[in-house]
Design a binder for this molecule. Sequence first.
Ligand SMILES: [Zn+2]
Ligand SMILES: [Zn+2]
Length: 369
Amino acid sequence: MKAIAVFPGEKKIKLIDHEPPRITKPTEVKVRILEVGICGTDRDICTFQYGTPPADSKYLVIGHESLGEVVEVGKEVSRVSMGDLVVLMVRRPCQHKNCFACRNDRQDFCFTGDFTERGIKEAHGFMAEFVVDDEKYLNRVPRELRDIAVLTEPLTIAEKAITQVWQVQQRLPWGPHPAGQKPGYCHKAVVLGAGPVGLLGMMVLLNAGFETYVYSRGLSSCPVASLVTSIGGKYISSDTSTPEDLSKQVGNIDLVYEATGAAQISFEVMEVLGINSVMVFTGIPGLKGPINVDADLIMRNLVLKNQIVFGTVNADQSAFKNAVTDLGFFNEKWPKAVRSLITGRYPPESYQEVLLGPKNGIKNIFSFQ
Ligand SMILES: [Zn+2]
Ligand SMILES: [Zn+2]
């Protein structure tokens, strides 16, 4: 079967003929892949910054943002049936007995670092015609989400983040809200960056009732800015407004959801974080050497303004479940906007231009069927 693979030893990317996987355990499921999303992680793997093949392989089949259809089930499978649409989880637990996280199905919080990740670290990914996995890593998706469900995995980043926001903000009185108001009611959120992770994060925050601003490069006349405003977000361009201008316009910034992977601008925004606020990092910057930040000011604010800053990676089963539920909401509320996040569908044969060519659009995907 067709698969897209990187060969780190040869520094090459190829469309290969890969042995189709077979069900070998009663709880396994065979999935015919329909679509696979492409993100910065895939592009980084294709420039050999990371990405590790399984121990017995010279290459790594890449891809971790999936949508597929169940075509075969093992004897003991009960969570999915033939014909179901499914999205696969990415991370698999480490084998250490004392890793409490992995032993409790929370490999997204693995303590040892010896987890594997499909399409990224020591396990083949989903840019292939078929994959097999244990049913426990599959999440069912309703049929009406067929054309947007490939956004589920990138959406899980925001879902895991917002779950943690509710947890850490229990430390303070963020309410009570008037009856019928959503949990983000009367709070202000700023999303840094207007890529797919940022825009999906904005949708989650709007849906949770936050007054939501997107702060990003690109003038307020750019297409992404109109996408933001079309669903009730507010757009502020970092080309024309400094972080100080941003804070003047917003008022007390209660939440920052970082989705740029750029340290300089993120730490500048940290300087204007509000009272009792929380800042969430999701981006992974390249290691480019030290930058200038006003650390005294940041440290003073962290203490005097009761601020919390945390990072989040990967996602657990509940984040996938919440992502599917929220995609359903987005589909009803903002059918056009959510579809406009997918800017290109390509056959796997276009792997060279799509993975190595100049970045364009918001979210591009490979269609395998
Ligand atoms: Zn991704
Ligand atoms: Zn672990």
